[in-house]
Every structure is written in C-alpha cells, then in structure tokens.
Design a protein around this ligand. Structure first.
Ligand code: NAD
Length: 369
C-alpha cells in the first residue's frame, strides 16, 4: 500500500500562493516517481483570511492544520492590511498558529553554495562553504513574558518587557539542537548574554547540563555580541547555533544576508506533535502577481518537511540536489540574475521539478555533507 501523507497548504498573501504552487509541483513529481502519496488540503491565513472571514486564522484553518501531519505555509501580510488594528493584522494568523500548535523550535538552515558565493553581501572568500542551522526558541523569552506594556509613572511613560525562561523551555529546545547536531557535524554553539542577564545564566547552565547527554557533540558558548561578529568574520566556523527567541530572531536575519538572497532560505517550526514549514521571506508585495518571485525557499521548505515530518530522506536530498544543480547551471530568478535572462517563478519550478524527478529515477541523490 502507498504511504499517504496529509499536508495543510496555507498559501497566504502576496507571493505566497505563487511560491507554494511551485513547491506543490515538486511534491507531485515526487509522488509520480516515488510510490508515496500526498493529500493536500488548502486553508486561509493572513490577509486573504481576513478578507474572507474577518479573522486572520479562521477556525476551519485550525481544523485543517490539526488534521494534517505537516503544514506548508507561503507568507502573510501586505499594505492592504497595514492599518488594521493589531489583533486583525495578517501576522496574527502566523503567531496564533505557532502558539496553538506548540511550535517551540524554529530551524533556519543557511547554506552558501559555491555557485552563489558571489551574491552574498560579504566577500566570497569568507562565506564559501557556510553550512549552518540556527535553532531558535520560539514560544518563550521576552516576546511573551509579563508584565509588559507602556505605563505612566511619575509623569512620564515607561515601556516594560520581561524576559522569562523556565528550565523545561530551555531543555526541550536544547535537546532538539543536540539531536540535530548528531545528524550534521556534531557541534553546538549556544548563544546568550550570560555576562549580564540572569535568564542567560540559567540558559547556559541548562544547556551545559543537557549537553552531558550528548558527549559525542562538541558544545561551546558565545555571547550574542561576539556571535554577531563571528557570523560575518567566519560563518563557516558554525554548525548548529542554539539560542533564545529574540537573539535567534536577530541573528537569523543577519545570517540570511550571508547567503545572498532571502529567496533561498527555508525554515521549519516544530513542536512535539506538529510542524510548520515556510520560507523565511515575507509576501513581497512589490513583486506579487508578476511571476517573478524565487520559489526556492518554498521548495526547500518542502524538502525540510519531507525530511523532518515524513522521514523521506532520499526525496528531501533529491530536492536539495535539484536546486543546487539548477543554480549551478546559472538559472536564476530576477532578484539574483544580474545580467542575462531571469527565469519566471513557474519556469524555475518546472526546472527543479524535472531535475528532482530525474534524480529520483536515477536513484542517486548526492549524499549530504
Ligand atoms: P519581504 O520578505 O516580503 O520582502 C523584502 C524584499 O525581498 C522585497 O524587495 C521582496 O521583493 C524581496 N523578496 C522577498 N521574497 C522574495 C522571493 N521569494 N523572491 C524574490 N524576491 C523576494 O519583506 P517585507 O517587504 O519587509 O514585508 C512584506 C510583507 O510581508 C509585510 O506585510 C510583512 O509583515 C510580511 N512578512 C511576512 C512574513 C511571513 O509571512 N513569515 C515574514 C516577513 C514579512
């Protein structure tokens, strides 16, 4: 009997539907050659959901997600909804689904292929060979702590946020980082600000304790300011970077610039029983509807889904190898193509789907390094 995998498709707004269509194209190619079956169910989220239902995350979408083994999301947001009240902004849909499904860890791989080193914001000699993953805690820290707000005291306003980390929140994300390192080069760099913050001292203490369960994985600690420097100076020195919600948010955008285009970078948000995969980019209203967006980040997010949710490692590797091969041939979408002809979103999807099919039929996706 064919294995059946249920996928919730939340295409969202702007270029979301365009790039998700290409990821589905690649998954359908895998279906046709690999003896697996994907069942897609589409749901509304973000601005398109607000337009249709007045809610950025309708109950029907939550039900679709609960019924799926994995969620593939495009992007949400756009100028049309920018003046909405905070609770009816498209981004609320994304924050709510992360919270409801308990997606406490965000994985952001950053890989610089040799053929793309010249497109980085940093000199090629520094970035060539970069292959790291940021493991960001996603449901705790200063983004969620109370008290928070803007209060009046002694005749002036005062802004307050609170960073809280409980031991179990650090433990569960640390386990994920060490387990991931075991599938890679066995090195974890934990990033904190333990010279100043108590939450960071607890973080360092707990990570060190959890690390003892993984004696085969090298663990070191860096202060976040030093890590920000090292990411530019020597990005190839990192394997897995483990860090808190806010530090991860900032460092992952910095690391994205090492890779050259935001259109290449996928991500996975994982909980105990749910997983959501999405490109790191937004809805790119400036190019939406023009068949110009780079679909690679969405396609590589689908590859992460194949690996982490479905354990289809061969298929995941085939997709990643296909992307590399297509790029090596010099095929680029417009944000990367400096001269010469830029490919459309759908043409790029066609090439990657065809290459994925070819690799799977030949039975030899390149081994991951
Ligand atoms: P953005 O990522 O949408 O775009 C930034 C720049 O990168 C733009 O010039 C855009 O054209 C380009 N770009 C992005 N993705 C691309 C792709 N796949 N191919 C080629 N070029 C690409 O960020 P922004 O402009 O700050 O935000 C636009 C909207 O997206 C906002 O409403 C924002 O809130 C939302 N947003 C959503 C998410 C998400 O859904 N996870 C993330 C970030 C921003």
């Amino acid at each position: 009997m064919q294995a059946l995998y249920r996928i919730a498709l939340l295409a969202g707004d702007g270029i979301g539907p365009e790039v998700i269509a290409e990821a589905v194209k690649v998954l359908k190619t895998i279906e046709s050659v690999n003896g697996v079956s994907f069942r897609f169910q589409a749901g509304l989220i973000g601005g398109s959901a607000i337009d249709a239902t007045a809610s950025p995350l309708p109950a029907e979408t939550v039900a679709i997600c609960n019924n799926a083994q994995a969620i593939l999301l495009g992007a949400v947001g756009g100028p049309k909804w920018d003046s909405n009240r905070p609770e009816t902004r498209p981004e609320q849909g994304l924050l709510q689904i992360r919270k409801r499904l308990g997606l406490y860890v965000n994985l952001r791989p950053v890989k610089v292929l040799d053929s793309l080193a010249g497109y980085s914001a940093i000199k090629p000699a520094y970035v060539k060979g970069t292959d790291l993953v940021i493991v960001r805690e996603l449901l705790g820290g200063i983004y969620f702590g109370n008290p928070r707000g803007i209060f009046a005291k002694n005749g002036e306003r005062m802004g307050v946020n609170t960073e809280i980390y409980r031991e179990h929140e650090v433990e569960r994300v640390a386990h994920r980082a060490f387990q991931l390192a075991r599938m890679r080069r066995r090195k974890v760099t934990s990033v904190d600000k333990a010279n100043v913050l108590e939450t960071s001292r607890l973080w360092r203490d707990v990570v060190t304790r959890i690390g003892r369960n993984y004696p085969d994985v090298e663990l070191n600690h860096l202060y976040v300011d030093n890590c920000a420097m090292q990411l530019i100076d020597c990005p190839t020195g990192f394997d897995v970077i483990l860090t808190s919600n806010m530090f991860g948010d900032i460092l992952s955008d910095e690391a994205a610039m090492v890779a050259g285009s935001i259109g290449f970078l996928p991500s996975a948000s994982l909980g105990e029983h749910a997983a959501l995969y999405e490109p790191i980019h937004g809805s790119a209203p400036d190019i939406a509807g023009r068949n110009k967006a780079n679909p690679m980040a969405a396609i590589l997010s689908a590859a992460m889904m194949l690996r982490y949710s479905f354990r289809l490692e061969t298929a995941a590797r085939a997709v990643e190898t296909a992307v590399e091969k297509v790029l090596k041939r010099g095929a680029h979408t417009s944000e990367v193509a400096r001269s010469g002809r830029a490919l459309s979103t759908s043409r790029m999807g066609d090439l990657i789907a065809a290459e994925t099919g070819k690799i799977l039929k030949s039975g030899s996706p390149r081994k991951r390094k």
